[in-house]
Write a protein that binds this ligand. Structure first.
Ligand code: B4P
Length: 190
């Protein structure tokens, strides 16, 4: 099974690259951001609670996203593999993911990190905010809060996978095709 964690700060291009990767490798795409936005658009209790945090650029509680991922793994028992996009975002989520995969006799194959500087992240997210309608993309203060949340809580997750010799990084600056080629090269060397 090929299980990829696509890692990087908000706006690094995780969602963008996932679309190409699912086509090339036939993987199931699990984006916690998309799952949460889906709950919000359906007006569920979980969605209403998550929206309050997401609109401020704050991570939602670990238990909520771990529960969502667990349900999705159960619903896709015959998958060839998964792309985890935007998850795990804390060390607690990374530990829980290892445990969940162990119960399915599986494991993470590799974490691929997209490296992009803060100025470019802010530029991309504000640009997307013009037509995405996402409240968390519209306001420079919220974008900076998301980048701070990433540096404080999510960046340490890289160390978790480095300790398992599963960490690789590629530049997330350049054309979408060039970045996709770099990611594909990492996967073909596994
Ligand atoms: P996410 O939905 O995961 O969103 P993201 O970090 O903003 O985006 P991503 O990196 O996927 O960027 P994209 O490809 O779209 O999270 C949103 C919120 O949900 C979080 O703040 C948090 O509150 C909550 N959440 C989600 N998961 C959670 C978890 N596990 N735990 C707790 N809370 C969680 O790219 C961005 C833009 O850049 C696009 O417009 C794209 O077109 C552009 N772009 C991409 N590649 C480019 C390139 N090479 N050059 C130029 N532009 C590019």
């Amino acid at each position: 099974m090929l299980n990829l964690v696509l890692f990087g700060p908000p706006g690094a291009g995780k969602g963008t690259q996932s679309q190409n990767l699912i086509e090339k490798y036939g993987l199931i795409h699990l984006s916690t951001g998309d799952l949460l936005r889906n709950e919000i658009s359906q007006g569920t209790v979980l969605g209403l609670e998550a929206k309050k945090l997401m609109d401020q650029g704050i991570l939602v509680p670990d238990a909520v996203v771990i529960g969502m991922i667990s349900n999705k793994l159960d619903a896709n028992k015959d998958a060839k593999g998964f792309i985890f996009d935007g998850f795990p975002r804390t060390v607690a989520q990374a530990e829980a993911l290892d445990e969940l995969l162990k119960t399915k006799n599986s494991a993470i194959s590799v974490m691929i990190a997209l490296e992009v500087n803060d100025e470019e992240l802010e530029r991309r997210l504000l640009l997307r905010g013009k037509d995405s309608g996402r409240p968390d993309d519209a306001n420079p203060e919220v974008i900076r809060k998301r980048i701070k949340e990433y540096n404080d809580k999510t960046a340490p997750v890289a160390g978790f996978y480095k300790a398992q010799n599963k960490f690789k990084s590629v530049s997330g600056i350049g054309s979408i095709g060039e970045i996709f080629d770099s990611i594909s090269a990492v996967i073909s060397n596994l």
